[in-house]
Design a binder for this molecule. Structure first.
Ligand code: HAM
Length: 428
């Protein structure tokens, strides 16, 4: 009986694993140089943890299970609730600001499509304990630091930035009730992914008043921060969040990444816990789903039973990123290829033991080494050495009786007879 892999999951054969590791190693390297420390949590948590504040979309996509003790659990669809739980648990002893990153394996029962899977990896970078917009700028910089390092430019990607706080103030001015905001965000977030009439139908359900809807459409058509002033009389709250947004753009300029960033009022984010600055990273051509997204979530720790501590951060998935890098020709050429320092061949099975011993000695000295399992024809063994991308091939032949080895440089083809002890003395 053949059992297929589960829909929306991936098998990582060695070349796929090399790609995955290259991406994740880069995430980790860039996080560390931006001053973040790594953390992780369990792959499953209590189901209710994801029902508190992640929003309906995530809740509908949960992989949930009941354990033998009758506890309702779920595979994590994101790590932000775990982060909030972990920080709350040790809040009095953790030095602040908390600058943490993680690369969790996540699970969402989404309809699998290009860039959307049921199991994926996501780079998370978060700052907890800083309410200054400088922290928002710093995490956006961190994302762009990585994206630039792998070769993406403002011609390839764009960070679309807005503020939920500002949108809330503007929607309240239009006459939307505070209690309707959260539901409205969920609809507005779907706008770019839905056919126009489906979106309008959903909006009618949330906002039956035609006049208000018209104003929402006008608002969502705004193309610059300045334009907002012309459209509406700003309340003090709205002015404050407009100023904060402007300040964010100034800081992104100071950090040298302004070319990647644009104001986009329709960026709302799907998750329910965001409270302030929000952003999403897209391919410039707009052909793919979001590469990543994040924002400020100043109430989440409190909603998880902790003190009111501000927080901001983002998540970038591995799958859309890999698709984009591949399309741009940036993936394959940067991948380190499999490297074996030595391949040990022997011309006759009488030298097998010597070959095994020599290989182990090389490995103990820190070199990646393999031997041939068969004393096949030397040409076959050399082919194996080259298939395994060996730098050198050590050939054990009859000269071994005089304590000598043939060492072949696989790149130049040059071969030398070397004294056994000298070979080990000069290893590098
Ligand atoms: P999110 O927007 O749900 O945010 O996910 C962030 C990124 O994860 C997406 O832009 C996408 O690259 C990737 N992603 C999401 N779902 C899938 C999927 N089904 N298949 C493949 N990739 C996917 C969050 O998860 C927030 N917790 C991020 C965050 C951290 N906000 C603050 N801190």
């Amino acid at each position: 009986m053949k059992i297929p892999p589960v829909k929306g999951t991936r098998d990582f054969y060695p070349p796929d694993m090399a790609r995955r590791n290259w991406i994740i190693d880069g995430w980790k390297r860039v996080s560390v140089r931006n001053g973040f420390e790594e953390y992780d949590g369990p792959i499953f948590e209590y189901l209710k943890m994801f029902q508190i504040k992640s929003g309906d979309e995530i809740v509908e996509q949960l992989f949930s299970l009941t354990d033998r003790g009758g506890r309702e659990l779920a595979l994590r669809p994101e790590i932000t609730p775990t982060l909030a739980r972990m920080v709350n648990q040790q809040i009095s002893s953790l030095p602040r600001p908390i600058k943490w990153f993680s690369v969790p394996r996540l699970f969402r029962a989404e309809r699998p499509q290009k860039g959307r899977l049921r199991e994926f990896f996501q780079w998370n970078v978060d700052i907890i304990g800083v309410d200054d917009v400088l922290a928002d700028a710093e995490v956006i910089f961190c994302a762009l630091d990585y994206l630039q390092e792998v070769g993406l430019t403002p011609a390839d990607i764009v960070v679309k930035i807005s503020s939920r706080e500002m949108l809330a103030a503007l929607l309240l001015t239009i006459g939307v009730a505070e209690s309707e905001l959260e539901d409205l965000y969920a609809v507005l977030d779907k706008r770019s992914r839905l056919p126009g009439d489906t979106f309008e139908q959903m909006l009618v359900e949330k906002v039956p008043d035609e006049n208000k809807r018209k104003k929402i459409f006008e608002l969502m058509a705004v193309e610059s921060i300045e334009q907002i002033n012309d459209l509406l009389d700003l309340t003090d709250a709205a002015k404050e969040s407009v100023d904060e947004l402007k300040h964010l753009f100034e800081l992104l300029g100071v950090m040298g990444v302004a070319d990647f960033c644009v104001f986009d009022i329709s960026t709302v984010r799907g998750l329910a816990y965001y409270t302030g600055i929000v952003y999403e990273i897209y391919d410039k051509a707009g052909e793919l789903r979001a590469i990543g997204g994040g924002g400020r979530y100043d109430n989440l720790l409190k909603q998880f039973g902790g003190p009111a501590i501000p927080a901001t951060g983002f998540g970038i998935g591995d799958s859309v990123l890999a698709i984009l890098l591949n399309e741009k020709g940036l993936l394959q050429k940067q991948l380190p290829s499999r490297k074996l320092n030595y391949f040990v061949a022997c011309v006759d099975k009488v030298y097998r033991e010597a070959a095994v011993k020599l290989t182990m000695k090389l490995r103990s000295a820190g070199f990646a080494a393999n031997f041939s399992y068969k004393a096949a024809k030397l040409s076959k063994q050399l082919k194996q050495a080259s298939d395994q991308n060996a730098g050198r091939c050590v050939i054990i032949g009859d000269e071994f009786r005089e304590n000598k080895l043939a060492v072949k440089d696989m790149a130049t083809g040059e071969q030398q007879l070397v004294d056994y002890d000298k070979f080990f003395a000069e290893l590098k």
